[in-house]
Design a protein around this ligand. Structure first.
Ligand SMILES: [Cu+2]
Length: 201
């Protein structure tokens, strides 16, 4: 009996040490959930130390994407699509004439045509530096080291594992290692009422 209790105490001691070491370096945040929490981050607020890493993942059971996006200000909010004025013959726009696709073309008040294209910064993992001029695309499931000077850092669309639709990058996680102390607000660009905060001490 005494041996069993001692063994149990040892197991508890080892598991609590592992938990402590793990918790001091890495934190997991669920992006979306089920029921009433489908459009919230859980936990919504975390406090970590410099050098720690936060990983976001989407645990939903339906194919609903979310993002984790850090904006320096609202001018960096990335629309999903944008118009590009057409200066060439629109019949050349189809990459594959056999595919069931058509470019979306609009006309402005002056009759100038523009084609609507997807904004790569809305869908993909990317960072934009402090100048606001230079975008760096990150690998899928990136682990990004953030200084806090960036204008924009985003996960791209995070899908539940195995539920990314055909053709979409199957991004499952996004990790950020925080180098500097501060408060880091983030939101989901698809559901902008989803907000959270990482406080780095
Ligand atoms: Cu969302």
């Amino acid at each position: 009996m005494a041996v069993a209790i001692a063994a149990m105490a040892l197991i508890l001691a080892i598991s609590s040490i592992q938990f402590y070491v793990h918790a001091s370096n890495s934190v997991m945040i669920n992006v979306g959930g089920n029921g009433s929490s489908w459009s919230s981050y859980t936990p919504q607020s975390v406090e970590i130390k410099t050098g720690d890493t936060v990983t976001w993942r989407n645990p939903m059971v339906v194919s609903e994407p979310h993002t984790v996006t850090f904006l320096k200000d609202q001018s960096f909010y990335p629309p999903p699509a944008f118009p590009v004025p057409l200066g060439f013959n629109s019949t050349n726009l189809k990459a594959d004439s056999n595919a069931n696709i058509d470019p979306l073309i609009i006309s402005d008040q002056n009759g100038t045509k523009a084609v609507i294209v997807d904004n790569a910064r809305h869908y993909n993992p990317v960072s934009v530096d402090s100048s606001g001029q230079n975008a760096t695309y990150l690998p899928l499931n990136a682990n990004y080291t953030m200084t806090g000077t960036e204008k924009f850092v985003s996960s791209g669309w995070l899908w539940p594992e195995g539920l990314a639709p055909q053709g979409a990058p199957p991004i499952k996680t996004f990790s950020v290692t925080f180098e500097n102390a501060g408060k880091y607000d983030f939101l989901c660009v698809i559901h902008p009422w989803m907000t959270g905060i990482v406080t780095v001490k």
